[in-house]
Design a protein around this ligand. Structure first.
Ligand code: NAD
Length: 252
C-alpha cells in the first residue's frame, strides 16, 4: 500500500510509543516522514530506522514549534499531515505526576498544560497557514479517554486532554473551508513507556484502572492505524471527530 506516497508527514513525540509506531506506519505507506521529539537521540533512532528526518523540539516552546514546522515543510515546500502526539502523563520524578488538583504543584500544572495543550495549539497555529496556502491538509491530535470520562487523580492531564478535544472541534469548524480536516483520537490505556509504571503497579496489585470490554490495553500500532485512517483520503469527509480507541472502555 502507498496511501501516503508524495505526502509530507510530521509526528511530534515520534521518538517513543505511539508516535514512533505512527512514524513507522506512515513511512511503510510511502510518506516523507519527519520525526520530532525533545529526546533528540530517540527521534534520530526512529528516523534512521525508517529513512526519515529527525527534528529536535520541545513542543511547549512556540519558537521551537515554529522552527519544527518550517524544517518539516522546507524540503518539499509543503506539509500535508501533522500528528500532534507529544504528551506527558505519569512520571516517577513527580514533575508530571498524575494527582488531584489539590496535590498538583503549580510547576507541574504549568508544565503539563504547556506540553499537552499549548504544544498542540502551537503546532496547529504554525501549520494551518501552510496547509491553507497549499489547498488543504489533515491534522490528527492525540488526546485521551481522560477527556471523555473522569479517572481518579489525573487532574492537570485530564484538563489538558479536554482542551485538545475542544480545540479540535473549533479548528475543524474554522478551517474546513480551506480544505483542512482536524480530528482527534482519544486512546485508552496503551502499552507504551508512558504508563509502564502504572501497568506494573496494577498487575502487582491484581487490579485494573477501569474495566476494558476487550479485556486488555492497546498495542501502539492499534492507535497508530486509526491515526493513519483519519489522516488518509479514506476520511476525506471526516472532520471534527473525537474518536475513542479504547477497547470499548468509554462505551460503558
Ligand atoms: P511515550 O512516553 O512513549 O511517548 C511520548 C513521546 O513524547 C516521548 O518520545 C517524549 O519524549 C515525547 N515528548 C514529551 N514531551 C515532549 C515535548 N515537550 N516536546 C517534544 N516531545 C515530547 O507515550 P505514548 O503513550 O506514546 O504517548 C503518546 C500520546 O498518547 C501522548 O499525548 C499521551 O498523552 C497519549 N496517551 C497515552 C496513553 C497511554 O496509555 N500510553 C493513553 C491515552 C493517551
Amino acid at each position: 500500500m502507498s496511501r501516503f506516497q508524495g505526502k509530507v508527514v510530521l509526528v511530534t513525540g515520534g521518538g517513543s510509543g505511539q508516535g514512533a509506531e505512527t512514524c513507522r506506519l506512515f513511512a511503510a505507506e510511502g510518506a516523507d516522514v519527519a520525526v520530532a521529539d525533545w529526546n533528540a537521540d530517540a527521534a534520530r533512532a526512529v528516523a534512521d530506522e525508517i529513512g526519515a528526518r529527525a527534528i529536535a523540539v520541545d513542543v511547549s516552546r512556540e519558537a521551537e514549534v515554529k522552527q519544527m514546522i518550517a524544517a518539516a515543510a522546507q524540503p518539499a515546500g509543503r506539509l500535508d499531515i501533522l500528528v500532534n502526539n507529544a504528551g506527558v502523563g505519569y512520571s516517577e520524578s513527580g514533575r508530571f505526576r498524575m494527582a488531584s488538583v489539590v496535590d498538583t504543584p503549580e510547576e507541574a500544572w504549568d508544565a503539563i498544560l504547556a506540553i499537552n495543550l499549548k504544544g498542540v495549539a502551537m503546532g496547529c497555529k504554525h501549520v494551518l497557514p501552510i496547509m491553507a496556502a497549499q489547498g488543504g491538509g489533515a491534522i490528527v491530535n492525540i488526546a485521551s479517554i481522560n477527556a471523555l470520562v473522569a479517572m481518579p487523580g489525573a487532574d492537570a492531564y485530564t484538563a489538558s486532554k479536554g482542551g485538545i478535544v475542544a480545540l479540535t472541534r473549533v479548528l475543524a469548524r474554522d478551517w474546513a473551508p480551506k480544505g483542512i480536516r482536524v480530528n482527534c483520537i482519544c486512546p485508552g490505556g496503551v502499552d507504551t513507556p508512558m504508563i509502564a509504571g502504572v501497568v506494573e503497579q496494577l498487575a502487582a496489585e491484581n487490579r485494573e484502572l477501569h474495566p476494558i470490554p476487550l479485556g486488555r490495553i492497546a498495542q501502539p500500532a492499534e492507535i497508530a492505524r486509526m491515526t493513519l485512517a483519519l489522516a488518509s483520503e479514506d476520511a476525506s469527509y471526516v472532520t471534527g471527530v473525537i474518536l475513542p480507541v479504547d477497547g470499548g472502555a468509554t462505551a460503558q
